[in-house]
Design a protein around this ligand. Structure first.
Ligand code: TRP
Length: 459
């Protein structure tokens, strides 16, 4: 049985910061604002909150519980726990899928995070000055067409991520996260303060929070649910891996509630600032999709008073957010290789990050040379990877985690590991984990694959 001989343990407060670092990422700052705009504003936010509360929080608690009880990387943690409970070790598939999903997501996440590095440098060089919608679009397309620039930033981001993890959990991950999270929050509040001075904060809040029931569809509910899981980094063992380093004295439930609420708050505050900038700029619309952050916002930064500085602060914030997320995508695989096979952490980092880097080249090409190369169902390489990880691997991981912790493991085991939490909270948690989370997550999977399956049958 592979258990950490001398496992690292987080210092006080570090688990919360690391879990927040994982949770807050491109999902909050880039995706959340625009899907809220597309799906009915406040009605969508409300739905998303319900999903976080009823599905996200219970699964996150289960992941931490498994990681902490198993005290190892996700694969061995589940294997240890299963052996102890007299179950088949096949359950370790949860850990396996997680390590794989993390690796696959990492490969393209650093490509997109690389764009934010490029934009940060452009902001420093004052390149946004005087941009309009058209020239901003051109700037973005030039970046996407430039393979060597994309590869360069992809490399830098991957190297930054690997470098931190090479130093280990305490000296690397923990010490870096203790710096970047406070900086991220300071930047977020500076941006919010500036957004207030634009005078458009009320318009922005109206845009994000007015109830538009007609824009809300059954599909929006599933988008809200999928995003709730993605933003909390669930379904792939990232939180499980971090849970393995959590002190046994910490209350899991309380910690998770704090992490989830702060994560939601970052999404909301980032959205409010972003739309304030957009509404304060004449001639641009709150764009939807990819373009919001990389096309629309630079126009705003190029015309607002002190916009150059705001742009620098904004892209720095996104870089920090993405960095905390990539660390959590890499950690499960690195922990697995070093604990299970005895590799030195440095070699483990080089192997995993190196292979993810190579795979990432496929995503780089998906934005230019291979853009129209359809691999499956009209999707190119990058879209395929994104689709299968976010829509299949992550929900399946979440589903199995909920079933394993809710139905398979004995109640006494859960109670023992969660004894710092209030019994009533635990009762509610277990009920949600057994009856609500699996059904909800299954709905995401069915909703996505049913139309595809029926199309094939019809053909
Ligand atoms: N939560 C991050 C975001 O919102 C992304 C992320 C990091 C993630 N680690 C994860 C998503 C693990 C799913 C699983 O950008």
């Amino acid at each position: 049985m592979k258990r950490l001989k001398q496992h690292a343990i987080w210092g006080r407060g570090s688990f919360i910061l690391a879990a927040m670092g994982s949770a807050v990422g491109l999902g909050n700052i880039w995706k959340f604002p625009y899907i809220t705009g597309q799906n009915g504003g406040a009605a969508f936010v409300l739905l998303y909150l319900v999903c976080v509360l009823l599905v996200g929080i219970p699964i996150m608690m289960a992941e931490i519980m498994i990681g902490r009880k198993g005290r190892a990387n996700p694969v061995d943690a589940v294997a240890n726990l299963s052996a102890e409970a007299g179950l088949t070790r096949l359950w370790a598939i949860i850990g396996w899928m997680g390590v794989l999903a993390g690796f696959l997501i990492l490969s393209y996440y650093t490509v997109i995070a690389g764009w934010t590095l490029d934009y940060f440098v452009s902001a420093l060089q004052g390149k946004f000055a005087g941009l309009n919608g058209e020239s901003s679009n051109k700037l973005f397309n030039e970046l996407l067409a430039n393979k060597s620039r994309l590869v360069q930033w992809h490399t830098v981001f991957m190297a930054l991520t690997a470098l931190v993890l090479m130093f280990g959990v305490n000296r690397g991950l923990e010490s870096v996260i203790r710096w970047i999270m406070p900086c991220l929050f300071v930047l977020l509040f500076v941006l919010l303060g500036y957004a207030y001075t634009t005078g458009e904060m009320a318009t922005s809040m109206r845009f994000m929070f007015s109830f538009n029931w007609q824009d809300l569809s059954w599909n929006s509910a599933l988008i809200a649910l999928g995003h709730a899981c993605f933003t909390l980094s669930l379904g792939m063992g990232a939180i499980m891996a971090y849970g393995a380093y959590m002190p046994s004295t910490a209350a899991i439930g309380k910690t998770v509630i704090i992490v989830a609420l702060l994560d939601v708050l970052v999404g909301l505050l980032a959205g409010i600032s972003i739309f304030s900038f957009v509404f304060a700029t004449p001639g641009i619309e709150p764009g939807t999709g990819l373009g919001l952050m990389f096309v629309t916002l630079p126009v705003a930064f190029g015309s607002m008073p002190m916009g150059a500085l705001v742009g620098i602060a904004f892209f720095l914030m996104v870089i920090l957010a993405a960095w905390g997320s990539t660390m959590s995508l890499l950690e499960p695989a690195v922990a697995y290789l070093s604990e299970h096979f005895g590799f030195h952490r440095i070699s483990a980092c080089l192997m995993v990050a190196g292979s993810a880097w190579i795979l990432g080249l496929g995503s780089v090409l998906s934005f230019n040379q291979w853009a129209d190369q359809q691999i499956l169902w009209g999707m190119n390489f990058y879209s395929c990877l994104d689709f299968f990880t976010t829509n299949l691997l992550l929900p399946t991981g979440g589903l199995l985690t909920a079933i394993y912790a809710g139905w398979v493991l004995k109640k006494e085991l859960l109670d023992h590991e969660m004894q710092q939490d209030h019994p009533r909270l635990l009762a509610v948690w277990r009920w949600l984990l057994r009856y609500v989370s699996p059904v909800a997550v299954l709905a995401i999977i069915v909703n996505l694959f049913y139309p595809i399956a029926t199309r094939f049958v019809a053909e």
